[in-house]
Ligand binder design. Structure first.
Ligand code: 4NP
Length: 162
């Protein structure tokens, strides 16, 4: 069984590629690459094909979280292909819910996976400075820790002898 996680923001060049890098790093540290697949997408298409924002790449590099992604727009197909579709802020979640083919049960808000910041939005750092990206990174570590715990339990339930 492979669990598939898709992170979604607006442009797919700042928050969701960082979320992808953070979870991929944690998945690798737990040796779960064969069991958890991670990707990201944007609700907008303006940046499709681009590398993540330079500040997002620098933040990922500072934390040794490899980032290797080209921006793409979410598609109806993603609702079939992914088990978890996770928006960074409330407008992302609303846009995902309204997408053709949306499966509401699969959609959640990123910080709802955290222990101490449920209901919070991951702020859009695009028009800010590097410190905003660092703040986003820290929020993504907190929420992805909770998410990974949940996914590990799900994998245990699916394969109790493993
Ligand atoms: P992201 O940030 O949604 O975290 O990738 C943004 C990137 C680009 C734009 C807005 C937000 N933009 O307006 O181009």
């Amino acid at each position: 069984m492979k669990i598939r996680v898709l992170f979604v923001c607006l442009g797919n060049i700042c928050r969701s590629p960082l979320a992808e890098a953070v979870l991929k790093k944690m998945v690798a540290e737990h040796g779960l690459e064969d069991q958890i697949h991670v990707d990201s997408a944007g609700t907008g298409s303006w940046h499709s094909g681009e590398l993540p924002d330079r500040r997002a790449r620098e933040t990922a590099a500072i934390h040794a979280a490899p980032i290797n992604h080209r921006a793409r727009q979410i598609s109806s197909r993603d609702f079939q292909d992914f088990d978890y579709i996770i928006g960074m802020d409330r407008s992302n979640v609303q846009n995902i819910r309204n997408w053709p083919g949306a499966i509401p049960e699969k959609i959640s808000l990123m910080m709802d996976w955290s222990e101490h910041h449920k209901g919070m939005e991951v702020p859009d750092p695009y028009y800010g400075e590097m410190d905003g990206f660092e703040q986003v990174y820290n929020l993504l570590v907190e929420s992805n820790s909770g998410l990974l715990n949940h996914l590990k339990n799900e994998l245990k339930v699916a394969a109790p002898s493993a």
